[in-house]
Ligand binder design. Structure first.
Ligand code: PNS
Length: 166
């Protein structure tokens, strides 16, 4: 990885969690540019639209450490195709558990083989403070009115409260 190298960090980010932010902060220290790509899947019902998710990603990453440039987009279709489109050489994903590895490894091997260019996946192990966090748990806790501080930043918490008020 050179200073000028570029990676994409794909995900649903519905919404961005403290775990995602940890991965972003660490990955932007490794790559010159980190392209954060929000999957837009019309068949899957999401809490936030892709535009809202990008807005939250932009605001919550604004104060993060690290020199790497951050780019944001939403995409449909294949991650490997997007990587070629934005000229990224790597895919970044966080790994929280053995269950994650079971899901991520076939995806990483597929991403090496399903695009026009071979693209490698770089895994970053989740820190102990974030390894229990997932967006689906966050949505559940928000819907039930639970405490969100350990899971998301205040900006995301406000957006969640807005979504579940009334
Ligand atoms: O945050 P998530 O939901 O765990 O992210 C999953 C994501 C978006 C990385 C994954 O579903 C994905 O890459 N979807 C796009 C379709 C694709 O490229 N699948 C891999 C087969 S080669």
């Amino acid at each position: 990885m050179t200073e000028k190298s570029k990676a994409i960090y794909p995900g649903s980010f519905d919404p961005v969690t403290r775990g995602h932010l940890d991965v972003i902060e660490r990955a932007r220290g490794l790559f010159g540019t980190l392209h954060i790509a929000v999957l837009s899947n019309p068949e899957k019902k999401a809490l936030f639209t892709p535009e809202e998710r990008i807005e939250l990603l932009r605001s919550e990453t604004a104060g993060l450490a690290g020199a790497g440039v951050l780019e944001f987009s939403s995409f449909e279709g294949l991650t490997a195709r997007l990587a070629v489109e934005v000229e990224a050489g790597w895919i970044v994903r966080g790994l929280r558990s053995a269950a994650d590895a079971a899901y991520e490894l076939p995806m990483a091997h597929s991403n090496r083989r399903c695009g026009e260019t071979e693209i490698e996946t770089v895994f970053l192990p989740a820190g102990a403070e974030t390894s229990f966090i997932s967006s689906s748990l966050v949505r559940e806790i928000a819907a039930g009115g639970g405490l969100l501080e350990a899971f998301v930043t205040p900006g995301v918490e406000a957006a969640l409260r807005g979504r579940f008020s009334s």
